[in-house]
Design a protein. Structure first.
Length: 707
């Protein structure tokens, strides 16, 4: 919708009507559903290829959300096995980090490698080897890998390295200045200051170290992985692996938040992992998490002699929804310990693994970012939201919030058949524009042995759409065995929107009451510190907005801005902000003829809304018969406002000169008993005119003076 001004009313009458949109809100951040923004969004994920990599097959791809078209960002030889992928919106650079996966070699930088992709050129280069900075990430224990993606390997020593060697999750601070990466080998989180020149490699002086908390116990070890930056805080995900006790009851996932000033982590949430899950394979009694093990034979099943599956949990990713909930991406470690058609570590036979990750939702018990405590979804419900996964026996307490995360096919008679009840590969990220969680998985569509990304609704847990990154049988791919890594959303624009409403405050109480309508043509400015970053005009419904398109340099996440509107505009006077409150519940202030409202943006793709401004007419309604009307201002120079309170749904407004010659006529429809008309009169000759309102068979007239 284009910006609308009172000048657009030139020579005609314009009757205003406002349409309200309803959003789900936390604080001042709201999700919007704008499918048009899909045209500006790509999803990026690694694809694994067997062997040491080749230059002719992609190892990192971007897929357009709108068209499904894929672009290769790096070959499998250029990056090898990577898992984490993160985009720096500030510099338009993409980063991926090394990962230990059996049958897939590391890239040229080894176990400590981080690779950088320039988004504009779609070119990837080896960027940083953490081991060159003195950070030990473990040795490369791959064996008998081939240059041919069609070959198979035992690669026996990698069984124990998965989740223990190389790197895990990664994220970037909201200002784009710091990169956080988890070292699985020494169980330490590293913060790396990014040079202003993206091509420059950081030095040792740019590195800060945060060892994760490890509680000593006899059941198993703490295994960190997930890293997430949210609202200025850094969160990590850890699993206690029960490797010593081999007892499911000892499996535990925890989320910690980092205090960067002290270097200490504080527990935010913990989750026992002994709940009953969906079946990895229909027909197999594999419906739980299992303790970590390096014994391949434990994953074998006599009734399915070519299949291997034994889900072992890694808390691989985290993301936060607009209602404050956290979504947990649990990855199946065994999916990276095995392959598709590859032999067991002993080489005695070949198997195809089936990975079975999971997606869980936890909701805040106390609203607000600070000191938040979470409660895990229960029987398909998370807080006030309950889905049809209730009672499906595939999640905590007997149900599952994201209940359509499995793989279902239809037979020749179009009868649905469930093949796998869990398909997740560990990567999750929330698409705020649509209210979906994007999940890496096997078989994201209806194609067997494929891999890619599927979208599930955060409102009802349903499957909404999917993107296939590799089909069944594509050379070197891993079918159902975690064939893809993490997922990242790359936006051409920030997706942030700031907006609200300028409205006619009929009773001057500073609140938008029922029936009070929007005002067009009101100027709104957006400032950052002492600079005007953009100016817009409210449209015909009184609605205004700021996006990357009308803000200099675009909108930034987690940035402080100030909105400015005139204290008096078009002979109207400011009355209040409606129900809106700014940061720390601030109302705003008036300064030098302007009303100022402070605000803070949230994450990319978020919306700051309900920034509303009320105005009233400093004049008294005239009463005649059963109606009240107001013609204001009088005398008038540019814009005449005609306001009528009447029980009649229809009305006409006629402007005529004193000789009775009609200047303009416009029909109007009542909005909750109120007609509001804005007339541009700037080009009329100076003199006297009559404004006549016709409604319900009656007429009311007023002489106006144009100067």
């Amino acid at each position: 919708m284009k910006d609308f001004t009172l000048d657009d009313c030139k020579g005609k009458l314009f009757v205003l009507a406002i349409t309200f949109s309803v959003f789900s809100q936390i604080g001042n951040c709201q999700s919007i559903n704008n499918t048009d923004q899909n045209n500006n969004i790509h999803l990026v994920s690694p694809i694994y290829r067997a062997g040491i990599g080749v230059d002719t097959l992609p190892g990192l791809v971007a897929v357009s959300m709108a068209s499904g078209e894929q672009v290769s960002l790096a070959s499998s030889a250029e990056i090898g096995a990577v898992w984490a992928v993160i985009y720096n919106f500030s510099t338009k650079q993409l980063y991926t980090s090394a990962f230990a996966k059996r049958h897939v070699g590391y890239g040229p930088l080894g176990t400590g490698g981080i690779y950088r992709t320039d988004w504009a050129s779609r070119k990837t280069v080896p960027w940083l080897d953490l081991q060159e900075l003195g950070i030990v990430t473990g040795g490369d224990h791959h064996q008998d890998l081939s240059a041919s993606v069609d070959s198979v390997s035992k690669d026996a020593r990698l069984m124990s390295d998965v989740g223990r060697v190389s790197l895990g999750g990664m994220d970037i601070s909201e200002d784009g200045k710091d990169l956080f990466v988890m070292n699985l080998f020494n169980r330490t989180l590293y913060k790396i200051r990014l040079p202003s020149d993206s091509a420059v490699r950081p030095s040792k002086a740019d590195v800060s170290t945060y060892p994760i908390p490890v509680v000593k116990n006899r059941t198993g070890e703490a295994r960190p992985f997930a890293v997430k930056v949210f609202a200025g805080k850094v969160y990590i995900g850890v699993v206690y692996d029960a490797a010593y006790s081999q007892s499911v009851e000892d499996l535990l996932a925890l989320v910690y938040v980092l205090d960067q000033s002290s270097g200490r982590f504080k527990e935010v949430f913990q989750l026992p992992l002994d709940y009953k899950r969906g079946k990895a394979v229909t027909g197999l009694n594999v419906e739980s998490w299992y303790p970590w093990t390096d014994d391949f034979d434990k994953a074998l099943h006599p009734d399915f002699p070519s299949t291997a599956t034994r889900p072992q949990p890694i808390l691989a990713s985290l993301d936060f929804d607009d209602d404050g909930s956290v979504v947990l991406g649990l990855m199946d470690r065994f999916g990276h310990q095995a392959g598709t058609g590859h032999p067991s570590p002993s080489g005695k036979a070949s198997y195809s693994a089936v990975a079975a990750g999971d997606i869980l939702r936890a909701y805040p018990q106390i609203q607000g970012v600070n000191n938040r405590r979470y409660r895990l979804e229960s029987n398909g419900a998370a807080g006030a939201i309950a889905t049809e996964g209730r009672g499906n026996a595939q999640g905590p307490s007997g149900g599952e919030f994201y209940f359509q995360d499995g793989f279902i096919v239809k037979d020749a008679r179009r009868v649905p058949r469930v093949v796998h009840e869990e398909t997740g590969a560990g990567g999750v990220i929330i698409l705020n524009e649509s209210g979906e969680i994007l999940v890496t998985c096997h078989e994201p569509t209806d194609m067997f042995n494929s891999g890619g990304i599927k979208a599930l609704s955060n409102k009802d847990g349903r499957f909404s759409r999917g993107w296939e990154l590799y089909p069944d049988g594509e050379r070197g791919t891993f079918g159902k065995a975690n064939g893809v890594g993490d997922v990242e959303v790359v936006r051409e624009t920030s997706g942030i929107k700031i907006g609200g409403l300028a409205w006619f405050d009929e009773n001057s109480n500073g609140l938008q009451d029922t029936g009070e309508v929007g005002l067009p043509g009101m100027e709104v400015q957006l400032w950052q510190e002492n600079k005007n970053m953009g100016t817009t005009i409210s449209d015909e419904d009184g609605v205004y907005s700021f996006t990357d398109a009308n803000v200099e340099g675009g909108l930034n996440a987690y940035m402080d801005y100030t909105l400015r509107v005139k204290n008096a505009s078009h002979n109207l006077e400011f009355t209040g902000f409606g129900s809106w409150r700014g940061p720390n519940n601030a109302l705003g202030m008036q300064q030098n003829g302007y009303v100022l409202a402070a605000l803070k943006t949230n994450h990319l793709g978020s919306k700051v809304s309900s920034l509303n401004f009320g105005y009233h007419m400093p004049a008294t309604f005239e009463s005649m018969d059963d109606a009240q009307f107001l013609v204001y201002p009088n005398p008038v120079s540019k814009n005449l406002i005609v306001n009528l309170r009447s029980t009649s749904d229809q009305a006409e407004v006629v402007i005529a000169d004193l000789n009775g010659r009609e200047v303009a006529r416009q029909s109007s429809r009542s909005h909750n008993g109120l007609h509001l008309v804005v007339l541009r009169v700037a080009e009329l000759a100076a003199g006297s005119y009559t404004a006549t309102i016709l409604a319900g068979g009656k007429a009311w007239s007023k002489v106006i003076v144009k100067y």
